[in-house]
Design a protein around this ligand. Structure first.
Ligand code: SF4
Length: 224
């Protein structure tokens, strides 16, 4: 008998490579700083259930790109369905190919669309998603953003227009500054997601809960 669960897990399995201090991913902008710090110090494979969630996100993103590209939707034009983001800072670089990002032209104006697949449509865009989109708008110099939530089970949509905000970008880059400093000084950041209520949910998906509990600690001013 074929075990299809095993086939899917085999298909989604990715090799884990050690990370280099000084190279960060744009998608890490809004995550827990301590968790990102751990990915450098104790690299771990993405857990199987999480790999499946990520893959579902990729499939939903492809659907939205196909919808925009379709001949049936001639009033919108797809320019790119996956964009490189690169921000060079004096001491480090934030870069990566962003696979949940789509560049479209609507009424002659370019828009960056960040696609997120979700179980429930949110009332407001999530702050960590907004941080990512601000960073993407900064890097691509496309300053009109759309945060698009797609419900996984029936493709219902909720969308939010997002304007570029220089202050948000400065705050996000300051977070990367802190991450870099903590890594260079080999100093663990505070347990940000544990201590900030709106980020508590991140701990449920974190592979470093045990290490985080053992490290203890509080959130200092220079942590978040
Ligand atoms: S358990 Fe929570 S606070 Fe600790 S590293 Fe993971 S996400 Fe951050």
């Amino acid at each position: 008998m074929i075990d299809f669960n095993e086939l899917i897990d085999n298909y989604l399995q990715r090799e884990v490579f050690p990370r280099s201090v000084g190279r960060y991913w744009p998608s890490e902008a809004g995550g827990c700083l301590r968790k990102t710090w751990f990915t450098f110090r104790i690299p771990k494979e993405v857990e199987k259930p999480l790999s499946r969630i990520f893959e579902m996100g990729n499939r939903v993103h492809d659907l939205i790109a196909d919808v925009i590209q379709s001949e049936k939707n001639k009033h919108v034009k797809l320019i790119d369905r996956e964009l490189p983001v690169k921000i060079q800072r004096p001491e480090y670089i934030v870069s990566g190919k962003i696979d949940d990002l789509i560049l479209v032209v609507v009424d002659g104006t370019k828009h960056l669309v960040e696609v997120k697949s979700v179980k429930y449509l949110p009332g407001e865009p999530r702050s960590e998603h907004l941080m990512q989109l601000q960073l993407y708008m900064h890097s691509t110099e496309v300053h009109n953003g759309i945060m698009l939530y797609v419900k996984k089970d029936d493709f219902q949509i909720k969308q939010f227009e997002v304007n570029y905000d220089e202050k948000s970008v400065r705050d996000i880059l300051a977070r990367f500054d802190k991450l870099h400093k903590h890594l260079v000084e080999d100093k663990i950041p505070g347990p940000e997601a544990k201590l900030i209520e709106e980020k508590n949910w991140m701990c449920s998906f974190c592979p470093y809960v045990k290490e985080c509990d053992e490290a203890g600690g509080v959130l200092r001013d220079d942590d978040a």
